[in-house]
Structures are given as structure tokens and as C-alpha cells.
Design a protein. Structure first.
Length: 222
């Protein structure tokens, strides 16, 4: 469950939850990208896997789906409880850098009575720590991932990261390169290059040097 407080870093969640994730022995990270307004797909994934995850990473192009989920979660206890305690997101080439989140009447979140809503700021890139791993999150369009991953690898290394998560191509990709785990979860809404609708689960263990990635495909959607 997420306290829905956006930190200066851009991460959504309490300081305690962020610190707990950084120092955890094990963690499951739910990774989604490129929903492009397919809210039904986004909600399904979070409802099914969010409560079992320690964080949610969204690699851009579909921030509005996150906003809609947060708004709906304020009047739905099941949606609220399913949202992982830490959420990281970045703007894709189809996203804005700020969104207004409305506070519906009948909300059940611990927000000030006078609050009419809040502004969600969407960074272009994000860095977070989990189980001692550094995770670099971008959409990928600014790193020319359509043409190669060298720029992304260099950026992840410059950010002292072990894992680089990106989207944009709508094609799943998991590969270790130059000591950086490169991970693209694909798209649950608009897959390309004959790939299935997909997202990913990243399993981390502080005692292991090899993260595990499970690509979850949705051949017939849901």
C-alpha cells in the first residue's frame, strides 16, 4: 500500500518505504511500460501483482493511466491496497511532465480535508535503490534505444546503476551488457515485432549478484 506522497526525488511513497526498499534483503519489482491509455490493462496488472510487489516501475507512455489509477484508488480500497509502497515513473515521448490528480468525493485516503487534489510531477529519468542494487529508469527515446543501447548503458553507468529499465520500443528485451542488466518489459497494450502483450517481474536478492527476471506475457490479453 502506497501513502501517495511524492518525494523531491520524484518517487511516490513514504521516506520509510523508500529506505526499507533500499535496504531490503529481497524484493519483487513490478515493471510496466507503454500502456498508452489502456487503463484496463494497467489496472489488471496492478490488481493482480501489485500487492505481492515491493515497488512498481513504469517506464513511460501512459502516465495518465497511473493518474487514473490513483484517482480510482481513493474510492476503492482494493485498488488502494494493491498499489506497491514505492512507485517510480518517468515521462515517455507521449507524456506531459505534470498531471493534476483529482480528489474524488468519498475518498478514503489520509489527505487534508481542504485538498482538492495534487500535482504529480513526472521526471525524465529516475534512480532508485532496492536490495543494494541501483536501478536506472528511463523511457528510452532520449537515449536512442531504437538504434542501439550504448547510450543507455553509458547513462546507467554514469548513474552508478546495476540495472537499466526502459520502454519505448514495445518489444521485450532482457540482456546483460557491460555489467548492466538491460530490461524492457515490452507493452501490455501495443506490442510490436510479433511480441505478445507483456510486463515483467524483477526479483532481487541482496545476497545474489544475479537478478531474476520473469517476463509475463498476455497472449490473449485478459
Amino acid at each position: 500500500m502506497n501513502e501517495l506522497v511524492q518525494q523531491e526525488s520524484g518517487l511516490l511513497g513514504s521516506e520509510e518505504a523508500i529506505e526499507r526498499l533500499a535496504g531490503a534483503d529481497t524484493a519483487v519489482i513490478l515493471i510496466v511500460s507503454d500502456t498508452h491509455g489502456d487503463y484496463e490493462a494497467f489496472e489488471y496488472i496492478v490488481r493482480k501483482y501489485g500487492s505481492e510487489s515491493d515497488a512498481l516501475l513504469f517506464a513511460g507512455d501512459g502516465i495518465w493511466d497511473i493518474v487514473q489509477y490513483i484517482e480510482n484508488a481513493q474510492i476503492s480500497e482494493k485498488l488502494y491496497e494493491a498499489l506497491p509502497p514505492v512507485v517510480a515513473f518517468v515521462a515517455g515521448n507521449g507524456d506531459a511532465d505534470q498531471y493534476r490528480v483529482r480528489i474524488p468525493v468519498g475518498r478514503n485516503l489520509p489527505l487534508p480535508e481542504e485538498a482538492a487534489g495534487f500535482t504529480l510531477t513526472v521526471p525524465a529519468r529516475q534512480k532508485l535503490s532496492a536490495c543494494g542494487y541501483g536501478i536506472f529508469l528511463v523511457h528510452g527515446h532520449r537515449h536512442s534505444v531504437d538504434f542501439g543501447l550504448e547510450m543507455l548503458i553509458d547513462a546507467a553507468r554514469a548513474m552508478d546503476s546495476d540495472i537499466a529499465v526502459f520502454g519505448h520500443t514495445h518489444v521485450p528485451f532482457i540482456e546483460q551488457a557491460s555489467h548492466i542488466l538491460l530490461l524492457n518489459p515490452g507493452s501490455p497494450s501495443r506490442p510490436r515485432s510479433d511480441s505478445d502483450c507483456s510486463f515483467a517481474l524483477l526479483e532481487l536478492d541482496a545476497a545474489s549478484i544475479t537478478p531474476e527476471v520473469k517476463l509475463v506475457t498476455m497472449p490473449g490479453r485478459f
